[in-house]
Design a protein around this ligand. Sequence first.
Ligand SMILES: Cc1cc2nc3c(=O)[nH]c(=O)nc-3n(C[C@H](O)[C@H](O)[C@H](O)COP(=O)(O)OP(=O)(O)OC[C@H]3O[C@@H](n4cnc5c(N)ncnc54)[C@H](O)[C@@H]3O)c2cc1C
Length: 502
Amino acid sequence: MVSIHPFVLLMVHSLCLTVTTVAHAQFEQRTTVQVANDLAKALSPNATLIVPNDARWSSVVARVNYPRISPGYRLVVEVATEDDVAATVLYANRHNIDFLAIAGAHGESTTLNRLRSGIQINLRKLNFVNLQDDQTVAVGGGTLQWELTSHLYSHSRRAVTGLCECVSVAGPLLGAGHSALQSQYGFSADNLLSANVVLANGTTVLSSSTTNSDLFWAIRGAGHNFGIVTSFNLLTHPIPSTYSLYTLIYTRDKLDALFSLVNDIDSPPETRDPKFFLNAFLSRSAPDADPVFTYCLAYEGTPEDLHIRAKSFLALGPLNTTLTTDITYDKLYQALGFGKDSYSCSKNINQGISGVALQKWNIEGLKKAYKIFLDLTADPRFFDSFLLMENYGIVAVTGVDPSSTALPLEERERPILTSAVVHYEGNEEATRRDAAAYIKKIKEALYERVDKDEWHAYVNYAAGDEEVEEVYGRERWRVEKLRELKWRWDPCNRLRFFAPLV
Ligand SMILES: Cc1cc2nc3c(=O)[nH]c(=O)nc-3n(C[C@H](O)[C@H](O)[C@H](O)COP(=O)(O)OP(=O)(O)OC[C@H]3O[C@@H](n4cnc5c(N)ncnc54)[C@H](O)[C@@H]3O)c2cc1C
């Protein structure tokens, strides 16, 4: 492949924009009502067009992270068919209107705010789950995690998805898809068999390992930059047993012992039992109480199976211990606190993050982060914030050839995903600035003694201010290949609002 300098790519994209803008100038400027009328003629009968004064407007633009993340829409199109997506993209291109696909509305990158007066292509009506056979399921591009999980569960099957029930299946998958099942079956993206993609130019293509295989490579890791996935086929897996879960609360004095223990269990991470799932967060329950660590230890098996693996955690003397047993797979995410009615699924709440991926916990860094967190949550504006501390298993994800998908090597090799999750209300600039400053300080503390050029942010946890290599990987060939493919599949850089490559 010929290597293209990012600057050249940027120039080409700008030229492309100029050409379309000049072409656009020859068109009559369309008002929102005219755009809605034009599109109504091009779309299927079940598609819906929603304009800002419509009663449904606030519900279709509602999102997690609002108003911190507020893409600017002039119109929402609830597409009902794949052809509706293609027709909307074609129309938007013809009139040089930007567009953004939305599924679960959980995207957190501030780059989404660059959309101005665009068309929201709302995929929620493309919401279906069809078991093809025992091994494969066809999923609509707008399907949410709980819709897929509950449908498959009724057929005694499951698929690799993210944890949060209200997040879409496609959104996480296009960037990897970290999952409670990843250590057994790989990332969601590793379970993708094929996808129907509406490209930036409005044409629809199939992509799989044998058809448009370079596009298939790119959508598994950098998918948001390459097209709108209207449907896809995923592998399914059996459900061998129920889960057992310990929820353990630890006070600050246990920080050292607790995270040294986690480091030991994951030394090296490939040796951890793939059915043993660890997830934790640091939070404060009352203004006068110190923040505590809530550690969830889940095992796919009996309480005895779990107990064997949890012994050393129990020996540390948690403040509180809760054991839940016989959790069926369809109830696992509620039990872990990620159910569709949980706080994590609330819309219209600001939630600032900045993803940090680590090989091991740095105990000194964690102590610093704890102190910053103490200050953060002592401020009543940020009291509800927490520190996300995920420790994924990586057995099956490291079993996949890292060159077979666009996913950065760092994604496969680092078991820890952590970030300050700073909650606050309203849209005051000073609060937003203070939140960002705390997030930055905690990020720097968590990266204690890690060189900046080794930092890695999972694309779906990226804040939006990272350089491309921090998100898409430090291997030069990988980013170069992505840029070349971007040039081929989206030369005008129409898909540039979520974690853009260019
Ligand atoms: C509470 C919470 C829990 C989370 N849990 C997990 C987790 O367990 N595992 C994990 O990996 N990530 C997780 N994430 C991160 C999650 O992957 C991202 O927020 C993701 O962008 C959400 O996708 P969405 O469709 O719900 O959001 P949206 O805002 O609808 O989508 C985000 C972006 O993805 C693109 N997109 C969405 N659907 C499509 C499609 N069909 N075709 C093409 N592009 C599309 C668009 O560019 C869109 O702007 C979580 C986030 C939150 C807020």
